[in-house]
Structures are given as structure tokens and as C-alpha cells.
Design a protein around this ligand. Structure first.
Ligand SMILES: Cc1cc2nc3c(=O)[nH]c(=O)nc-3n(C[C@H](O)[C@H](O)[C@H](O)COP(=O)(O)OP(=O)(O)OC[C@H]3O[C@@H](n4cnc5c(N)ncnc54)[C@H](O)[C@@H]3O)c2cc1C
Length: 255
């Protein structure tokens, strides 16, 4: 395992619970969009690393990460205080199952996320190959309060973005919902799917397991519930070894 040292170049605090930051990128650090790497800080002379999905797409020359702030979390209680020019450590071997290659070819791609589970999809929705492979790319993000909708403005405007409009070609659809406060779209994504409201709201074809593909990233309970929904609809889980109808990554382990 080789550990790279990267310099923090900017930081954005979304709320008192989440923040994102950009770092330099050693170009020997190569990854597939959707993968995660072990990153962290040197604490008392030893590396303290945790899994983090890479937010920035692999064609960019910097790295970006979206992070939770766990009050007594060994890493994030310190990481949340990083400043520009501080160093973070990045393990040079990224991995993960949220990669388009691990899905069977298909019609529409659905990316379902909660909380920081949005992170891997931020790179996938900016990858030109995603749009070569799928007719439509639907990203959903569910959080507790509207303030937690990280990257909302960017995602709402992705089809009009100066750089990315040429990549998305109008094929990108962003949907968010909020569970704990008033919002135009209230409730868990499982409710939107089970009540058949999602497809109607988006104005897209009903989900068809023969043609449509899914990636899921979020809390343990959300990934468990969505896995059951898509299995019941007839979709099969894929992996790094066998292509499937859906792939899953837990965004964190629940205690
Ligand atoms: C494959 C994978 C990818 C991950 N990608 C990311 C990512 O992109 N961004 C990110 O912030 N975290 C991500 N995580 C979680 C991350 O690895 C750490 O758990 C997190 O940074 C907290 O570290 P910690 O040492 O402060 O606390 P830990 O001791 O690691 O966690 C303490 C507790 O905090 C809660 N928790 C941890 N992470 C989260 C989270 N992201 N959202 C809500 N609650 C959480 C859980 O209950 C956990 O048991 C990922 C985890 C996995 C397994």
C-alpha cells in the first residue's frame, strides 16, 4: 500500500454536519468514477484512514471529497477542522462496486443516494461514458433537511452547465427529497418508489428490470430497503466480477 500526501486547496462547509474539500492530485492516483479510497490524516505519527468516495470525476486534475462531521468520530472530529494548505493522506489503491462497468448494458440509469452517499454519484454524473451507455441518468438525493442538499444548485443546472451540458446532452435528471422538514418533495425515496410516484413525477418510463439499471449508496437501512425493492421487481445484484441489474455500496457502517 502506498500513501500519497495531498494538499488541501479549498473547503466548503455545507452545514454543521457536512463539508467538502478539494486537494491536489498526484496523477499516479488513478480511479474509476464511482470508486472510493482510504483517506485521512496523520495523527500522533500514524495514518488514520477511512473510506471516502471520490466526488470529482477522474478527468479532473484535483480530488474532491464530501464528508460527514461525526462529533466524536476518530477521523472526522479532526478532519472537519482542516484548512487550506494542510495535508491529507490518500491511499493509492481505490476500489468499489459503484462502477458503470459492473452493470449490464441498459436504458435508464438510476443513482439512489442518501446523505454523503451522494459522493460517488457526483463523479459518475460528470463522466461522458455514463451518457454514452444510458439514455437517461436519474440521480436522487434524500436528506433530513433542505440545507443538507449538498451540490443542489450545481446538479439542478448540470444540463445547462458551460462544461457539462455537452456531456449530459439534456439526459441528466436530478431529484431530491427531504424527510424531516417541509419541502416540495417530502419523504424517503423508498416511499416515492413503492407508491409508484417517482416515475410519474420524473415523467420517465416505469422501471423495467430487463432494461433499467440501478446504483444505491447510503445508510445501511436505505441500502437494505432498496435492495429488497429492486430484487422484488426482478433485478439481480452485480459485483466487480459479474455484471448485474443493480450495485450497492453502504456509505458508512451503522453502529
Ligand atoms: C465504502 C465506503 C465509502 C464511504 N464514503 C464516505 C464519503 O464519501 N463521505 C463520508 O463522509 N463518509 C464516507 N464513509 C464513511 C467514512 O469511512 C467514515 O466512517 C466517516 O468519515 C466517519 O469517520 P470517523 O472516524 O470520524 O468515525 P467512524 O468511527 O468511522 O464512524 C462513527 C459513526 O458515525 C456514523 N457515520 C460514519 N460515517 C457517516 C456518514 N458518511 N454519514 C452518516 N453517518 C456516518 C456511523 O454511525 C458510524 O458508526 C464511507 C464508508 C464506506 C464503508
Amino acid at each position: 500500500m502506498s500513501l500519497l500526501k495531498e494538499k488541501v486547496t479549498s473547503i466548503h462547509h455545507w452545514t454543521d454536519k457536512t463539508f467538502s474539500f478539494k486537494t491536489t492530485r498526484d496523477m499516479s492516483f488513478r480511479f474509476k468514477n464511482g470508486e472510493f479510497a482510504m483517506i485521512g490524516l496523520e495523527i500522533d505519527g500514524k495514518p488514520l484512514l477511512r473510506a471516502y468516495s471520490v466526488v470529482s470525476p477522474n478527468h479532473e486534475d484535483h480530488l474532491e471529497f464530501l464528508s460527514i462531521k461525526v462529533p466524536n468520530g476518530p477521523l472526522t472530529s479532526k478532519l472537519q477542522h482542516i484548512k487550506v494548505n494542510d495535508e491529507i493522506i490518500v491511499n493509492s489503491k481505490p476500489t468499489g462496486t459503484l462502477v458503470c462497468d459492473y452493470l449490464l448494458p441498459g436504458r435508464n440509469l438510476y443513482l439512489f443516494s442518501t446523505g454523503t452517499g451522494l459522493a460517488p454519484f457526483m463523479s459518475i454524473v460528470r463522466d461522458p461514458e455514463t451518457y454514452e451507455k444510458f439514455k437517461r441518468v436519474v440521480l436522487t438525493h434524500t436528506v433530513r433537511t433542505p440545507k443538507e442538499l449538498a451540490y443542489k444548485d450545481f446538479l439542478e443546472n448540470l444540463n445547462q452547465d458551460e462544461i457539462y451540458s455537452e456531456i449530459t446532452n439534456g439526459k441528466f435528471i436530478y431529484f431530491n427529497s427531504v424527510t424531516r422538514e417541509n419541502w416540495e418533495r417530502k419523504g424517503r425515496i423508498t416511499k416515492w418508489i413503492e407508491e409508484n410516484k417517482l416515475w410519474e413525477y420524473l415523467g420517465v418510463e416505469m422501471f423495467n428490470p430487463e432494461e433499467d439499471r440501478v446504483m444505491i449508496c447510503g445508510s445501511e437501512s436505505m441500502t437494505f430497503d432498496l435492495k429488497k425493492i429492486f430484487e422484488d421487481l426482478g433485478s439481480k445484484e452485480g459485483s466487480t466480477k459479474v455484471q448485474g441489474g443493480f450495485v450497492i455500496e453502504k456509505a458508512f457502517a451503522e453502529k
